[in-house]
Design a protein around this ligand. Structure first.
Ligand code: NCD
Length: 490
């Protein structure tokens, strides 16, 4: 009995436990749990569809040229290799890369767009063919950090550069005057130029205006309060109260960084004495990449010849540093002995695994160069140097290019070129030579500077969907000598 009673008690206890357990799964709770699970499933499905839709809309609204160029950059493939990878002929790919208004332009089938998006999002696929641009786990771009100022190319990684280039591709239709945007409507730029400038000042101003902003300019010291002894700190802080971004060009190395230290609004270095010129280097590199794209070449492994005043030329200082973010380059640095590239820059380029050769003459030094980038002698920065050593053999003209360069060399110059007799700068006799890329280079200043502003002011994601057609008439070629084969300007 006692045992029975004990068992009964145990059974009762179990039953109570059972009841308790049962209570946990009561119909009311089960119902609310079900609802919970159901709403979770519904939410996941909703998220999945939204994400898919977002990716789809993204592919469909991204211009085909931007999509294809970005894919080639991510996969680090030449046009030939990329055409093979996606299973089309090189000519077909070329026609997809042309500007929309070109007669040869063809639109990319949707199935190809989807395939391109798929292979470029898996950057590992690129590693099979060559070296991918982005480390596989980092993804493209600034790796989450916001670029506050643009003072030196040292701030940029290869991923940052490639992201800016993709953004510049997005800006191309606006720079080419087919589209307009107002993403910077209401914003004001101060262009503070304390040194001579035409293209840098105007192109920064035009880039800001083409994003919908407006520009205030000041040129030279004479008409600024600096002539009354005002410090950089005060000028910078005062101007920052008036505008949303500042571009500064100053004759002293480091002066633009000083401007940046006195403000929380974005400051862009438009050239600080013999120091740096980051936006010029970005547009130069962008030009090299686009020229190479047409020629079926990659920046990795290229041979770049830099010539002229390599001591004081700030454009070459920034450009060589930016190029050293790529792999396996050969640099030939050609200048008189007293105008050689500063050793600390050469050392850092060598530390990045590139080959550097110095020459005091262009003769026999240009033989297999892919790029011949020549510069003006910066007499205004000379201390004890003289120009006597910069003889006629340095002049880049038809004779030199014909005798010393490869047939597909790309000739570049940051401009201005000194056209006065005896300057031995880049000759005008190459003006109709399609290998002369100087005006394609200056044209690229607009999309690059637009991309810089869009990034600094955080509107980079808004541009693509904000574009509208222009309302005015624009010429098909900007310059009278611009009618090169269209593939070379695509
Ligand atoms: C250069 C400069 O100012 O550094 N020009 C430019 O910005 N495009 C080159 C020069 O002055 O020689």
């Amino acid at each position: 009995m006692a045992a029975h009673e004990g068992m009964n008690q145990q059974t009762k206890k179990k039953e109570t436990n059972k009841k308790k357990t049962h209570w946990c799964f009561s119909p009311i709770l089960l119902k609310s749990c079900d609802q919970h699970v159901l709403s979770l499933i519904a939410f996941s499905v909703y998220l999945f569809i939204t994400l898919k839709l977002f990716v789809y809309i993204n592919i469909m609204t991204m211009s085909q040229q931007v999509l294809l160029r970005d894919a080639m950059r991510r996969l680090n493939m030449t046009r030939d290799v990329f055409a093979e990878r996606i299973g089309v002929r090189r000519r077909t790919l070329d026609s997809w890369l042309l500007p929309d208004e070109s007669k040869e332009y063809r639109s990319t089938p949707e199935v190809v767009r989807r395939f391109v998006q798929e292979i470029s999002s898996k950057t590992d696929a690129g590693l099979v063919y060559t070296h991918g641009v982005y480390p596989s786990d980092e993804g493209a771009g600034y790796q989450g950090k916001q670029l506050k100022h643009l003072l030196s190319v040292d701030q940029l990684t290869r991923g940052d550069v490639e992201e800016l280039f993709m953004l510049s591709d997005v800006m191309q239709p606006i720079a080419r005057r087919q589209k307009v945007t107002r993403v910077l409507e209401g914003a004001v730029l101060a262009n503070l130029f304390f040194e001579a400038s035409t293209r840098t000042r105007i192109s920064f101003g035009a880039a800001f205006c083409r994003l919908g902003g407006s520009v205030c300019d000041t040129t030279g010291f004479t008409f600024s309060s600096m002539a009354k002894g005002e410090s950089i700190y005060d000028t910078s802080r005062v101007v920052s109260g008036y505008v949303d971004a500042i571009v500064v060009r100053h004759p002293d190395k480091g002066a633009v960084s000083e401007f940046a230290h006195a403000t929380n609004i974005p400051v862009v270095n438009g050239g600080d004495g013999p120091g740096e010129h980051p936006s010029q280097a970005l547009l130069d590199l962008y030009t090299i990449q686009r020229e190479f794209s047409g020629l079926g070449k990659l920046i990795d492994g290229a041979h770049i010849a830099l010539m002229g005043d390599l001591k004081y030329g700030r454009t070459v200082h920034s450009l060589i540093k930016l190029l050293s973010l790529y792999r396996g380059l050969k640099f030939t640095l050609i200048s008189p002995a007293e105008l050689e590239m500063p050793t600390e820059i050469i050392d850092s380029v060598c530390r990045n695994g590139h080959v550097v050769e110095l020459s005091n003459t262009p003769i026999n030094a240009l033989k297999d160069a892919d790029i011949l980038y020549t510069t003006r002698i910066q007499k205004e920065r000379f201390t004890e140097e003289s120009i006597d050593s910069y003889g006629a053999d340095f002049e880049v003209n038809q004779k030199l290019v014909g005798a010393e360069c490869k047939s597909d060399v790309v000739i570049m110059h940051p401009l201005p070129r000194d056209s006065r007799a005896g300057s031995h700068d880049l000759s005008v006799d190459l003006n109709v030579d399609p290998r002369l890329a100087i005006f394609r280079q200056t044209d690229n200043g607009i999309p690059i500077r637009m991309a810089i502003f869009a990034k600094l002011l955080g509107v980079d994601q808004l541009v693509r969907r904000s574009m509208k057609d222009v309302t005015w008439v624009t010429p098909s070629y900007i310059g009278p000598d611009d009618n090169f084969p269209e593939a070379s300007i695509s």
